[in-house]
Design a protein. Structure first.
Length: 130
């Protein structure tokens, strides 16, 4: 009788081990599928980021072209102003420099009783034409 009980106990232990091994096997079988799915998600994310980066680079190139065009236009306009000044014999200051002086004078910290902007005489003395 003791041998029969021992055999039953061993059978139960074996069944428990079989069930555990079946569970472990299922887990191992699902693991590669999960890893493949995660890898595919990461690859899709990488592709989306790469496309976004390409789009940003195209936008940057477009902005750089536009900047170059504007710089050429500005240089041409400055040359036109200089040509006009030399042709007319008058000393005309650069428009940006004049605007800076007026802006600086107008927006500096005002003391009580000070004027808010330059008078025509002050503009003339600073080289600005009005």
């Amino acid at each position: 009788m003791a041998r029969k009980e021992q055999a039953q106990s061993e059978i139960q232990d074996s069944r428990g081990q079989i069930e555990k091994l079946q569970y472990d096997r299922e887990q191992v079988m699902h693991r590669p599928a999960e890893l493949i799915a995660r890898k595919q998600e990461q690859e899709a994310g990488i592709l989306a980021r790469e496309e976004s980066l390409r789009e940003q680079r195209r936008g940057l190139s477009s902005l750089q072209e536009r900047r170059g065009t504007l710089e050429v236009e500005l240089a041409q306009k400055n040359m036109t102003v200089q040509n006009f000044a030399s042709a007319s014999g008058k000393n005309i200051i650069e428009p940006g420099r004049c605007a800076q002086r007026v802006h600086h004078h107008h927006f500096r910290r005002r003391r009580p009783g000070s004027r808010p902007c330059m008078s025509p005489e002050e503009m003339g003395r600073s080289g600005c034409r009005y």
